[in-house]
Write a new protein. Sequence first.
Length: 246
Amino acid sequence: MMTFIMTTNNTNLSPGTNVIMGLFMNSKDLFVNPIVERADIKLATTNRPGVYLWYSKLSGKYYVGSSVDLYKRLSRYYQPGYLAYPNHADLPIVRAITKYGLEKFILVILDYTKKSNIHTSEQYYIDTLYPIYNIRQVAGFRSGKLIKNNSLTEEHKLKLSLKRGINHHNYGIKRPPEVINLMRDNHPKTKKLYQYLSDKVTLVAEYNSIREMQKKTGITKEYVSRCIKANKLVHNKYFFSFTKLT
């Protein structure tokens, strides 16, 4: 059961806060104000392996990560030097935290687990939640390099398997419209993708999702997403859009 650790200043919460509370009811810990609650975060996460999530109160986007020592990893997000370091500064979650500040984020501890299971647990939540701030939808990546994971124990396989059914944190929850809309807006598989020639008129192909596009064309979804965000052509030839232009 989640432990709700909040301060007295959290009475006027944004709609996004209510959404995250509904989506992660079975998470381990939740900190609505990471700045004020840093001491509580340290107490709860020091020397504990697990999986965490940063949720933006402003956009509803989120990032999933993991560490063998959660507080050691989480404390880095408070350090200007870490955020400004070239290898980190270009990461979407770091850019967002630098721009808006940690007070605009909610910290959710999704799982406390064994060191040998953290990347498999992280992958489970990436596959379940589709975090937009994650450049790669693969657990264990740090600055573009894959960290090898130990094999998953049968016990943890069972736990994760059960979570997909009646023990899943969303099982049996009747979501309000704003939650459904948020999930739909941030769920890559629900967004159709349109591929045009450079004239932005000639439609080349239509895909049910960006993942389907990657599978059919071999062009990575990360590259296409960056081009869409920057309003640039893909391979100087194709224009991709999540909205139909003609």
